[in-house]
Design a protein around this ligand. Structure first.
Ligand code: BTN
Length: 276
C-alpha cells in the first residue's frame, strides 16, 4: 500500500520554495477553500495544501469535483505574487504545463507521454487529456486587495488510480493507472509537479508573460489546428485553434480569415465532434 502522507510528500519534494510548507489533510471540504482560510490567516508564498479526500471538491464553472479517498491527487498551491492581477490567468497555464511535465516524469518509460498527438496533451486552457479523456483539471482562484493580488490559489485534481467514474463522466474521464497499467506514486507525482512548476514559474515572474513557454505549450496543445467551439458567455462560435500567444490567449481563426484572441477567464472550448 502506497504511503501518501505529509512525511512522504515532504521527503520527495526537492524544491527551493514551492511546496516546502505543506499541510496534508486526510479529509477536507476543498483544498481551495482551505487555501482561502489559510491565506486569510497569513500563510506564505508557496504553501501547499494536499488532501487525500475532499467532501466539497470544486471544479470550474461552479461544477463539483468528485474527490474520493485513496486514489487521486488533490492539491492547492498558494502564491503571493507581486505582478498585476491581469497576469494571474497565465499562471494557470504555467501550472498546466508543469502538471503535464510532472505526469510524464512519473509514468513508466515508454508510456503515453512520448506519443504526443491530438489525444494526449493539454486542452486549452488547463485540462490535461490522455487518450482523448480528461485526467486532470485546474481551478485557479484569486483574491484582490486594493486592486493588488492578495493571493492566487491554484487547485489541481488528477485522476491517478483505477476507479469507477460517475456515469456522466465515464466516456470523458480516465486515470493515469488505467492508461499505463502500473501503480503510480502520488507523492512522487506531486513532487515532480512542484519541481516543474517552480522552474517555469520563476521564469514567468521575471518575464511576466508566456513567451518563454509558448512553443513548448503549443507543442502539447491537443486543440492545435483543430476545429473548436468557443463557449463564450456572450455567444458560442466556431473556428480553428492556432495555439496560444504570449499572453496565454488562444488564437482562433474564423471562417473569414480573421483571428480572435480568446482570453481564458470564463470561456472554455470543446472540439466540434466531442470533448477534445
Ligand atoms: C475543473 O473543473 O476542471 C477544475 C477541477 C479542479 C479540482 C481541484 S481538486 C483540488 C482543488 N480543490 C478543489 O476544490 N478543486 C481543486
Amino acid at each position: 500500500m502506497e504511503e501518501y502522507n505529509l512525511e512522504e510528500c515532504a521527503r520527495k519534494i526537492r524544491t527551493k520554495w514551492v511546496g516546502r510548507n505543506i499541510h496534508f489533510f486526510e479529509e477536507i471540504d476543498s483544498t481551495n477553500l482551505q487555501a482561502q482560510r489559510e491565506a486569510a490567516a497569513g500563510a506564505g508564498n508557496g504553501t501547499l495544501l494536499i488532501a487525500d479526500k475532499q467532501t466539497a471538491g470544486r471544479g470550474r464553472r461552479g461544477r463539483e469535483w468528485d474527490s474520493p479517498a485513496g486514489n487521486n491527487v488533490y492539491f492547492t498551491l498558494l502564491l503571493r505574487p507581486d505582478f498585476a492581477s491581469d497576469k494571474a490567468s497565465m499562471v494557470t497555464l504555467v501550472m498546466a504545463y508543469a502538471v503535464w511535465q510532472g505526469i510524464g516524469k512519473s509514468l513508466p518509460a515508454g508510456a503515453f507521454i512520448e506519443k504526443l498527438n491530438s489525444k494526449n496533451g493539454i486542452k486549452w486552457p488547463n485540462d490535461i487529456v490522455v487518450q482523448g479523456r480528461k485526467v486532470c483539471g485546474i481551478l485557479t482562484e484569486m483574491s484582490l486587495s486594493a486592486q493588488k493580488i492578495d493571493y492566487v490559489a491554484i487547485g489541481v485534481g488528477i485522476n491517478v488510480g483505477k476507479q469507477q467514474f460517475a456515469s456522466q463522466l465515464q466516456d470523458r474521464a480516465i486515470s493515469l493507472e488505467e492508461v499505463c497499467g502500473e501503480k503510480i506514486s502520488r507523492s512522487q507525482l506531486v513532487a515532480n509537479i512542484m519541481e516543474a512548476f517552480e522552474q517555469y514559474y520563476e521564469q514567468f515572474q521575471i518575464i511576466q508573460d508566456l513567451s518563454f513557454l509558448t512553443t513548448q505549450y503549443n507543442a502539447c496543445l491537443v486543440n492545435k489546428d483543430k476545429e473548436i467551439s468557443v463557449l463564450d458567455p456572450k455567444g458560442e462560435y466556431q473556428g480553428v485553434a492556432k495555439g496560444i500567444n504570449q499572453n496565454g490567449e488562444l488564437l482562433v481563426e474564423l471562417a473569414d480569415g480573421s483571428v480572435e484572441q480568446v482570453y481564458a477567464g470564463e470561456v472554455s472550448v470543446r472540439g466540434i465532434y466531442g470533448y477534445v
